[in-house]
Ligand binder design. Structure first.
Ligand code: HEM
Length: 405
């Protein structure tokens, strides 16, 4: 192999990815990287970054790549995720075919777009119930009052969790999300493991109840899902319920938080959406593109190869940078402009290929219904401060975003 040309990327630019400035606004660094090179190896987390839409899309769809952290070489990003999924073979997010195909097929039989459409009116009701609590207040926190609880309450209801257990359910889910941090402290890792165990015990008891007496809920549908004689095992059921909760919690909160932050900074577009609420579906696609909730996903290369001009070894991690791809001027006209009327809203915010987000229809329905209700109830809603961004690498959202009615 000939040695590659010296990289045009200044290591100081890569180092900026680990600063608070990057958490506040990753786009200047991502834009610079994308225009310099198609791929660049980043040594701190141990992965090769892909930033152009075409390369990201191709990598997401590449069937030879793995998602199973057990295939990751030591000191690579995907190897760091081993701890977040210690029971192998239970989370489709970290699984390869043929197991991924079998399990995703079974889950898809229960978690259907029809089930999502059926809950749409309830999403609007839940949104209204949450907003009742802030009615009359001059200023409140959009994340704490609305964007954070909405997805947890919705998935809890879909699964059939008793409302009296919601607070615990949310607390366990928040601990598990912290567990996705590749820089997790020992203390947080312990809390994450305790939360995972508590949630597993909770779901095991709920599953036992559904086996005895099926109900009209997603948990019963998962217990009963069958394909060519296969059913989900107990461990797979617990892993799937946990994944549905964790994968859909912080991500949808961030879609609503980031999306409203962008919208409220563009008063002309708030007015347009208020006047023409049917624009909500396109507005949510633009929110997903413009301020991407999941900044990156991961893949493991399974043979020595060259990706975007970068030599990578078997077991190495790739980071398709979804946020960078979504602002690629090769695909989007004037990509840094937020415009709910644009027709080039194509994005990779839900990943792609066989791991394409299974919850995309639910996330869309929650954001569409939630934001519609929010703007109808508070037509003069405006930002009341900058808000505070969450420090969780790979995810982008707010821990708080003050608004005034
Ligand atoms: C705005 C909200 C959401 C975003 C931005 C998002 C994003 C993603 C991304 C980037 C992936 C990885 C795809 C890949 O690597 O190609 C993924 C996978 C997944 N998501 Fe979501 N997600 C969201 C909401 C949800 C919800 C609400 C649920 C379920 C309740 C969910 C369930 C899943 C599952 C089960 C997977 C694994 C799919 C597989 O590996 O086959 N997500 N999501």
């Amino acid at each position: 192999m000939t040695s590659p040309d010296p990289s045009p990327v200044d290591p100081a630019l890569l180092a900026q990815m680990f600063t608070p400035d990057f958490v506040r606004d990753p786009y200047p660094v991502l834009d610079a990287l994308r225009e310099l090179v198609p791929a660049i190896t980043e040594p701190v987390l141990g992965r090769t970054l892909l930033t152009r839409y075409g390369d990201v899309d191709t990598a997401l769809k590449e069937r030879s790549y793995s998602r199973d952290p057990h295939n990751a070489a030591a000191d690579t990003l995907m190897a760091r995720l081993r701890g977040s999924d210690e029971a192998p073979g239970t989370s489709i997010l970290f699984m390869d075919p043929p197991d991924h195909t079998r399990l995703r097929g079974l889950v898809s039989k229960a978690f259907t777009p029809r089930a999502v459409e059926a809950i749409r009116p309830r999403i609007a009701e839940i949104a209204n119930e949450l907003l009742d609590a802030v009615e009359g207040q001059a200023e409140w926190d959009l994340i704490r009052a609305f964007a954070a609880p909405l997805p947890t309450v919705v998935i809890a209801e879909m699964l059939g969790v008793d409302p009296s257990r919601r607070a615990e359910f949310k607390a366990w889910s928040d601990e598990l999300v912290k567990g996705l941090n590749p820089f997790i402290s020992e203390e947080d890792a312990k809390l994450r493991d305790a939360a995972r165990e508590a949630l597993a015990a909770f779901f095991a008891a709920e599953i036992a109840k559904r086996r005895e007496t099926p109900r009209d809920d997603l948990l019963s549908a998962l217990v009963e899902a069958e394909d060519e004689g296969h059913r989900l095992t107990e461990a797979e059921l617990i892993g799937t319920c946990t994944l549905l909760l964790v994968a859909g919690n912080v991500t949808t909160t961030d879609l609503i938080g980031n999306g409203m932050n962008a919208l409220l900074r563009h008063r002309d577009q708030v007015a347009l959406l208020a006047a023409e609420p049917d624009r909500i579906a396109n507005a949510v696609e633009e929110m997903l593109r413009f301020d991407t909730p999941v900044v990156m996903t991961g893949r493991i290369v399974m043979a020595d190869e060259v990706v975007g001009g970068c030599p990578v070894a078997k077991g190495h991690s790739l980071s398709p940078m979804l946020a960078a791809a979504n602002h690629d001027p090769r695909l989007h006209h004037d990509p840094d402009r937020f415009d709910i009327t644009r027709d080039d809203t194509d994005h990779v915010s839900f990943g792609g290929g066989i791991h394409y987000c299974l919850g995309a229809p639910l996330a869309r329905a929650e954001a569409q219904e939630g934001i519609k209700v929010l703007l109808a109830r508070f037509p003069h809603l405006d930002l009341a401060g900058e808000g505070e961004r969450r420090l969780l690498p790979g995810f982008r959202g707010f821990v708080s975003l003050p608004v005034r009615a």
